[in-house]
Ligand binder design. Sequence first.
Ligand SMILES: [Mg+2]
Length: 269
Amino acid sequence: MSETDFKEWPEQIEGFVLDLDGTLYRGSEPIPGAFEALHLIRESGIPVVFLTNNATRSREQFASKLTGMGFKAEARDIINTAFAAPRLIRESHAAGSAVFVIGARALERSIRKAGFRITDKDPDIVVVGLDRSLTYQKLRTGVRAILAGAAFYATNPDTLIPHGSELDPGAGTIVAAIESATAHVTSPIFIGKPETYMPNMALMLLGSKPENTVAVGDQILTDVSAGKRAGMFSVLVRTGVPLVQTSAIIPDRIIRSLLEIPIPQRSLK
Ligand SMILES: [Mg+2]
């Protein structure tokens, strides 16, 4: 990937879609330049949606994490896999369907709040995300339910996530374990990036044209891939997980800091 392969920035930017972990912050530390860049975006009046595959918090919890670090954000501007999961599932399953969740409390709570019944007995649907209390029993329940015909949803395929200066196994690692035992029956439906369900939700919220929407993230296989598939101008910021992935997906731009984005100033009329 050389500089000449890159596209020109859109002439008119109508909206921003920003990833969180590795893009705005790492753990509890804001990434240098991110605070200033978001401030400039807010000043420009261009709307922002925060889009994350992370299902371990609710949108309200993400909003307080962001504001606690000094970023200006509200719950309604945040789309994560915990929020999106019951909405996507509801497109193919009746309210009240039985769901077994391998994942964080925020994911389970969001699914329950949407009117689904949470159970480990004969579920119609299995939803798998990052579960820091994963047990063999949970794997067994999930695998058996899927083998018996339950629908298989997964929050996201990320196999590595940043944890301080180290890396942790992500939701995708747990999904892969279950997939390895059920691949002869079905394959998971992914809720998060690189699928376009969440980016399309973001476009609806922003009310922007995809080509005039700048999507920024630190991972090619999820952030850049999802952005491109949704028709957005997709930017890789090299502040997150190191580029261990080899991929045929070429970002529209690669930047080292969010401050490299040409953020327009609000026109004074
Ligand atoms: Mg990220």
